[in-house]
Design a protein around this ligand. Structure first.
Ligand code: HEM
Length: 442
């Protein structure tokens, strides 16, 4: 309690609630204000928890690599609240689960998923019809949900009728939108959210049963889910499946929305991207557009647009738990503290990203993306041994989706690009307001 080396601690006026109220209103902006006022390392005491923020790039290595901080202990409680996985099970199986996903989604293995994913995207993009208008984020969801489920969990597990796709979209959206509160509160406070979670869990029970019956695909390979079935051997298997499903959709979908919105709202960027897409895909069919890894490599500018959207709308925070006294700057952070790092704010450091608020795809020219090297200071996927194992898949998936949809459809943005909502710390940023588009098949 009276640690003289502890960083400045922010408490609110109401002692018990601490800063929870102020923090909860707009946590993303609270971080920036607190940093300006209290310096690069500070603790927020909120709702009985100590959250210590690490804001200097020079400390990120410690955040990701130190043996005195731990990923599993930081996320165990949220994992229990969102997927009902017991503490014992999580500590037992999480390392193997993480290693599995990492191994299945290396750049090389991701390349093997390209042609199936392309087929899925084609199929679901064509369901949009010749023309229409709708919310851009709804449109992205309706194509990406079934396509990615099919690609990662198996074709037999993707919702196969318009009605079941509609229902999945509805349940998953509720689950995803409530994930942040759901990760902190017991189910009894969140009825609708908890019932969507139960619905999704039963769905995963079915998927797992099928994966246990058919341990291989028609093609003789295994889906990520079929691999998971052999790794998790306790009763929480479907629950791990749900978390994996959430992780594979929750961050990638908002980024797809932003990437499209940024491109469509900027005529020069749009022209450059379209130039590359049309010259790479030339006279390919516009209904069944076969797009290969080579084609993707012919559109580096489109990839820069994806990377730039990820940079600008990066997760609000990633977390670790301090397990032994941790030295940072001139402070000693006590065990038990949650350690927080904000990729969103890290990407607004002008030393690494001049004109940080601008959508400037060209800044990615300096990164050796062909060799899978990002820009210095880029931390959207976290780091260390718990760095996002889906990052190569995410980049490939978004690159392909954006190229395909722009090749097939012409869009008109009917609203200005919305601001990001200041309400969320978990995951990539969500739009604050509506953004509708009109589209027409080319
Ligand atoms: C643009 C899209 C994405 C972003 C920005 C993103 C970001 C992140 C971040 C920041 C973490 C935590 C890392 C840390 O604490 O150091 C994470 C974890 C994770 N991500 Fe992603 N992610 C994306 C897409 C995906 C996709 C497409 C998949 C699956 C195919 C995926 C699977 C996972 C999994 C399974 C974890 C948990 C890892 C663990 O348990 O150790 N992510 N992601």
């Amino acid at each position: 309690e009276n640690n003289p080396y502890a960083p400045p601690c922010i408490r609110g006026w109401i002692p018990w609630f601490g800063a929870a109220f102020e923090f909860g209103k707009a946590p993303l902006y609270f971080i920036a204000q607190a940093r300006a006022k209290y310096g690069p390392v500070f603790t927020v005491y909120a709702a009985g928890k100590r959250l210590t923020f690490v804001t200097l790039h020079e400390d990120f290595r410690t955040f990701f690599m130190s043996k005195d901080v731990d990923f599993e202990q930081a996320v165990q409680e949220p994992v229990y609240n969102t997927a009902s996985i017991s503490k014992g099970s999580f500590y037992k199986f999480h390392p193997a689960c993480n290693a599995l996903i990492k191994g299945r989604l290396t750049p090389g293995n991701t390349a093997l998923l390209v042609s199936d994913l392309c087929e899925e995207f084609n199929q679901h993009l064509e369901l949009l019809g010749d023309r229409g208008s709708q919310q851009l984020n709804e449109l992205v969801r309706s194509v990406m949900y079934p396509a990615v489920i099919s690609n990662l969990l198996g074709k037999c597990n993707a919702p196969g009728t318009p009605l079941s796709r509609q229902e999945f979209k509805k349940k998953f959206t509720i689950y995803d939108e409530g994930f942040e509160y759901g990760s902190q509160l017991p189910d009894i406070f969140l009825k609708e959210w908890a019932s969507s979670k139960q619905w999704l869990l039963s769905l995963l029970v079915n998927m797992v049963n099928k994966a246990e019956e058919n341990t291989y695909n028609e093609s003789g390979s295994k889906t990520l889910l079929q691999h998971l079935v052999t790794t998790i051997t306790d009763k929480f298997l479907p629950n791990y499946g749900l978390l994996m499903l959430w992780a594979s959709l929750a961050n990638a979908i908002p980024i797809t929305f932003w990437a499209l919105a940024f491109i469509l709202s900027n005529p020069t960027i749009y022209e450059t991207a379209m130039g590359q897409i049309t010259s790479a895909l030339k006279d390919k069919d516009k209904q069944k557009t076969h797009l290969s890894l080579d084609n993707l490599q012919q559109m580096p500018y489109v990839k820069w647009c994806i990377m730039e959207a990820i940079r600008l709308r990066a997760p609000g925070a990633v977390t670790r738990r301090v397990v032994r006294p941790l030295r940072l700057q001139n402070y000693i952070i006590p065990p038990g503290d949650m350690l927080m790092m904000s990729p969103y704010w890290a990407h607004r450091n002008t030393k690494y990203f001049p004109e940080p608020e601008e959508f400037k795809p060209e800044r990615w020219e300096k990164a050796d993306l062909v060799k899978n090297v990002f820009l210095d200071g880029f931390v959207a996927f976290g780091g260390g041994k718990n760095q996002c194992p889906g990052r190569w898949y995410a980049i490939m998936e978004l690159h392909m989706f954006v190229a395909l949809i722009l090749y097939k459809y012409e869009f008109t943005l009917l609203d200005p690009v919305p601001n990001p909502s200041p309400l969320h710390l978990v995951g990539t940023q969500q739009p604050e307001g509506p953004c509708s588009v009109q589209y027409r098949h080319r």
